[in-house]
Design a protein around this ligand. Structure first.
Ligand code: AHR
Length: 312
């Protein structure tokens, strides 16, 4: 089955107040808060009414929110899925109600006719970029790596782990010695890093940290400092998101690199929806956003300024 374009779903772009329901994961990270703010602002600019539901990191809350949006007869749904599996039934219900669903920033393990498009970065590539950066930075020297993973079962966690592992595969000097979830939060990043440091002789045997997001890396930086080590020097750090606090940490030499993830997933999503509403144009199944690496040598503070302008 493909998403059916019926007369009822083709609505004039002007003169009709479209409503979009947005099921957001929560507010676990600075990046997530920015995505929420940017989505609300984009909706305002587009003249679209946004119904916002914060799922507090729980898939069951997201499913409830989606069913609520369907019952209210919204014109479209944005879903940032906390985990990858378990969506078929509710997405099927949205499809039966002729309500297009657009995935934002994470993917689902479900047949692709159950959603209109996914606006995400190449999240395997993000992990690869981080791994390649570290491989170059250590230049053949032996390096024990600790990894802070994102939320268990999230597509980004699975992909970022894989991309990094692929990048260092075959580099016998690089070894991941510990890997645990920090659930994408600063607080958990700190707690888990403390346990890594304790387990590894106060951190003396740790050469690098790969964190699946900046917030966990920022929590880990605090733990490294409290352990009497210098983050960014004694322990190299690479992470993903490019939030303002991470750019400041890089500027202060306390972290080394971050891979940018734009918080503006809603912009391309609204654009796709408007084209669909106008004449039934279907977007591609994947709208890819860019990933840029920032390091101590690059355009780090300019990126910080751009992020501040975006309202982080
Ligand atoms: O899905 C995107 C990830 O979710 C971001 O990298 C992270 O900060 C957020 O919590």
């Amino acid at each position: 089955k493909t998403l059916l374009v019926t007369a009822a779903t083709l609505l004039p772009v002007s003169g009709y107040a479209q409503t979009v329901g947005f099921s957001q994961i929560g507010s676990e990270s600075g990046w997530r808060a920015a995505e929420t703010a940017v989505t609300k602002e984009d909706a305002k600019q587009e003249g679209i009414t946004l119904k916002f539901a914060d799922a507090q990191q729980k898939q069951e809350n997201q499913i409830k929110a989606l069913r609520g949006f369907i019952a209210q007869g919204v014109d479209a749904i944005f879903l940032a899925p906390v985990v990858a599996t378990g969506w078929d039934e509710v997405l099927g219900e949205a499809k039966d109600a002729d309500i297009p669903v657009i995935l934002l920033d994470r993917k689902v393990d479900a047949p692709d006719d159950l959603y209109m498009t996914a606006v995400t970065s190449d999240t395997v590539h993000e992990g690869k970029v981080a791994g390649e950066w570290l491989k170059d930075a250590v230049d053949g020297k032996p390096c024990n790596i600790v990894e802070l993973q994102g939320t268990t079962g999230a597509s980004v966690t699975i992909d970022r782990k894989k991309g990094f592992a692929d990048a260092i595969d075959g580099a016998s000097n690089l070894k991941i010695i510990r890997s645990q979830t920090g659930d994408f939060t600063r607080a958990q990043g700190k707690i888990v890093m403390e346990s890594f440091l304790k387990a590894e002789d106060g951190g003396k045997d740790i050469c690098a940290l790969y964190a699946h997001n900046d917030d966990m890396a920022l929590g880990a930086i605090q733990a490294i400092k409290e352990a009497g080590l210098k983050p960014g020097k004694d322990i190299k750090i690479v992470s993903i998101d490019s939030v303002p606090d991470m750019h400041l940490a890089i500027a202060h030499g306390e972290s080394n690199a971050t891979v940018e993830l734009t918080p503006d997933m809603a912009g391309p999503a609204f654009k796709a929806l408007k084209a669909y509403w106008k004449d039934g144009t279907m977007p591609p199944k994947w709208i890819q956003t860019k990933s840029t690496l920032y390091t101590q040598d690059s355009d780090n503070m300019a990126a910080y300024d751009r992020k501040k302008d975006l309202g982080y």
